[in-house]
Structures are given as structure tokens and as C-alpha cells.
Design a binder for this molecule. Structure first.
Ligand SMILES: [Zn+2]
Length: 274
């Protein structure tokens, strides 16, 4: 495909992509807002799961401590029975110490249970609070989603057509050129990968283009990019864009007209003589 055709096709692709961008702009911040809400809900759900896991952990600890208390109580009972049958002071002291130790164990377990129960209550409060926020965000999400769906419904058909056109144009463009065009477009703030020359300047960044470069662009023999912004540049004529001639052009025409009149008079003089 000659450069001229490539540039033309690329420019058509740009126009189609820009039209899609416009449709997307119609949706405004809605897709982002929907995304944000979905992300927030996901984050909150993870948090709720974590809190629930913590509650389970504390509950498991409580029942474990309760089991330990039962064991300690049984030991105390056993030692107390043994206490009735002691034969000497040493045995009595040992058993008494065991009973004291087990009683302290029970006390400690009760303390742990109390702490864990407190934590469980605290976590349950947190859980309810987060659940409430999730419900609130879900409601907001529903509203935003239906708003977005409505807009999408309106523009879908047109957008599908444009997307189809993009596909058709893309296959016509050489893959390497297409890749670099896409890269330029992605990095450009206004989504323009190819721009036409406007008042001797790049139509993307509005930096002046040196005359030789402008000539090269007009030749349509090479693909030329703006040295400032890297956008591909196209001759407006090739792009099919009508550009209003600036005032300077008008003056030139007038000058030429005057010169012509002068020439005519010159020409006329010999004629009259002859
Ligand atoms: Zn530029």
C-alpha cells in the first residue's frame, strides 16, 4: 500500500476512534464510578470475611478454654479426694500446691474467656457496621449501573457500527504501523495518534513545523511524525480537511493581481504602438 493510502486509512481510523471516544465521553465518569463502587464492595467483603474469621478464631479459643477449665476442675476434685487420704505433710503440701495451681489455671482461663468474649462483641459490631456500608454501596451501585445501562443502550448500535469500521480499517494497515499508531494514541492526551497540519503547526501539540518538514508532509512519500509530540502528521488535503486560508494568503493574491495588471499594461503598450 503506498504511503498516501496508508496515511488516508490511518486518518479514517483516527476519525472512527475519535467518534468512539466521543461516545465514551458521553458516559462520563459513570463507568469509573461503577468500577469504584465494585472495588469498594469487594474490599469491604474481604474485610467482612476477615472479621468473621477473627470471630471464629475467638470463639474457638473460648471453647478451648472452657474445655481446659473442665479438665482443671476435674483435677481439683480428684486432688481434693486425695487430700482426705494423705499420709504425711509432704503429700498434703504437694496436693495443696496442685489444687492452688489448677485454681489459678481456671482463673486464667476465665480471664481469657472474658477477653475473647469482649473481642467477639467488638468484632460483631465492626461486622454489622461494614455490612451496613456494603448494603449502602450495593444500592448506589444499582443506581449507577442502571444509569450507565441506559446510556449504553442509546449509543450501543452506533458504537457497534464504529467498532466494526475500526476492525475493517485495522486489517488494512500494516501491523507495525498500527502498533506504533496505537502506542502514540495511548500516550496522547486527546487520543489523537495522527493529526493534520494546522497553520504550519502540528495539529496535536501546536508546535511549529519547519518548512522542509512541511514540504515532506505535502509530498506524501514518507510517514512523518511531529518532532515534539511524536504524532503522525498528515497533509490536510489528504485527510480531506478543508482549511480556511489565513489572511496572509489573501494579501498574496491581491499582490499577484496587481502585478498582473501592471504586466498587462506593459503588454498593452507595445500592442498600441504596433
Ligand atoms: Zn506535535
Amino acid at each position: 500500500m503506498p504511503v498516501e493510502e496508508r496515511l488516508k486509512t490511518l486518518y479514517q481510523l483516527q476519525a472512527t476512534l475519535s467518534a468512539i471516544d466521543e461516545k465514551r465521553a458521553l458516559r462520563g465518569e459513570l463507568p469509573l464510578e461503577v468500577q469504584d463502587l465494585e472495588d469498594e464492595i469487594e474490599g469491604l467483603t474481604t474485610r467482612v470475611e476477615k472479621i468473621q474469621a477473627d470471630i471464629n478464631e475467638y470463639e474457638r479459643a473460648v471453647s478451648q478454654k472452657k474445655g481446659e477449665i473442665e479438665t482443671a476442675k476435674a483435677s481439683v476434685e480428684r486432688y481434693k479426694t486425695q487430700l482426705d487420704e494423705v499420709k504425711n505433710n509432704r503429700e498434703y503440701d504437694t496436693l495443696s500446691k496442685e489444687i492452688e495451681f489448677q485454681s489459678l489455671e481456671i482463673e486464667l482461663c476465665n480471664k481469657k474467656i472474658k477477653e475473647a468474649t469482649f473481642k467477639i462483641e467488638e468484632k460483631k459490631g465492626e461486622l454489622a457496621q461494614n455490612q451496613e456500608i456494603i448494603d449502602d454501596r450495593r444500592q448506589a451501585l444499582e443506581v449507577k449501573k442502571s444509569e450507565l445501562d441506559e446510556i449504553m443502550e442509546e449509543t450501543r448500535t452506533e458504537e457497534e457500527k464504529l467498532k466494526q469500521k475500526v476492525k475493517e480499517l485495522e486489517v488494512k494497515i500494516e501491523p507495525r504501523l498500527l502498533t506504533s499508531f496505537k502506542r502514540i494514541r495511548k500516550n496522547a492526551r486527546n487520543g489523537l495518534g495522527i493529526v493534520y497540519v494546522q497553520r504550519d503547526a502540528c495539529g496535536g501539540c501546536f508546535n511549529k513545523i519547519p518548512p522542509q518538514r512541511q514540504l515532506d508532509i505535502k509530498m506524501h512519500k514518507k510517514i512523518i511524525v511531529c518532532e515534539y509530540c511524536g504524532r503522525i502528521m498528515i497533509d490536510p488535503e489528504l485527510a480531506g480537511v478543508k482549511i480556511e486560508k489565513p489572511v496572509v494568503e489573501e494579501k498574496k493574491t491581491r499582490k499577484r493581481a496587481i502585478r498582473k495588471t501592471v504586466k498587462k499594461t506593459d503588454d498593452e503598450v507595445p500592442e498600441t504602438e504596433a
